[in-house]
Design a protein around this ligand. Sequence first.
Ligand code: B16
Ligand code: MG
Length: 217
Amino acid sequence: GKVGFIFDLDGVIVDTAKYHYLAWRKLANELGFEFTKEQNELFKGVSRKRCLEILLEIGNVKATQKQFDTWMIEKNVDYLAYIEKMDASEILPDVPRVLNFLKERNIPIALGSASKNAQPILEKVGLLPYFDSIVDGNNVTKAKPDPEVFLIAADNLKVKPELCVVFEDAVAGIQAANAADMVSIGIGDPDILNEAQYNFKDFTEIDNQFLELLLNK
Ligand code: B16
Ligand code: MG
């Protein structure tokens, strides 16, 4: 059957986690507490709203609805200032090779991300033309580990879920791919992503032979 490929954004295509971290840390510091790199790990693949809820739990800060909304906006304004400066140099190693491999074979490609800023980021780094569909935080109602984001992507690509391959760096993302009955490929630490069907440190470890194997499933 016809296969489709779905990529997560942050941690798979680009490392925007470092910018999310700087923006959340600034807000935490303004509210009078520290926010560490280790704590930022909890934020990967998690929606902006849920991130702020966790941040406020960490700082033991109570917020009114109005404050909550203001801080959400403030964090995103700071984050967007970092995004503004992004270019192709921030694409993670060998991502273009894999995208080109798929494009040359007319394999449909989708983005499946929790971010509401996915489209501008892809534009900034010049990868937007590769994507036949972008499903992101603006299109989904249920966050990963719910499979919704990937099921919408499969539907848009007109590929059966069981013939979709998902690249993910977050545990919740791997769980979402598994729940969607897709092939889950962990990008990152195999001990953390141990629920993935396959694991790789990054795309440099994924050779064309392995990609061929996925095409012929
Ligand atoms: P935004 P992904 C996720 O991207 C990030 O990993 C997560 O840290 C972030 O909070 C979320 O997007 C929402 O991002 O604030 O831009 O809407 O890994 O799902 O591509
Ligand atoms: Mg991610």
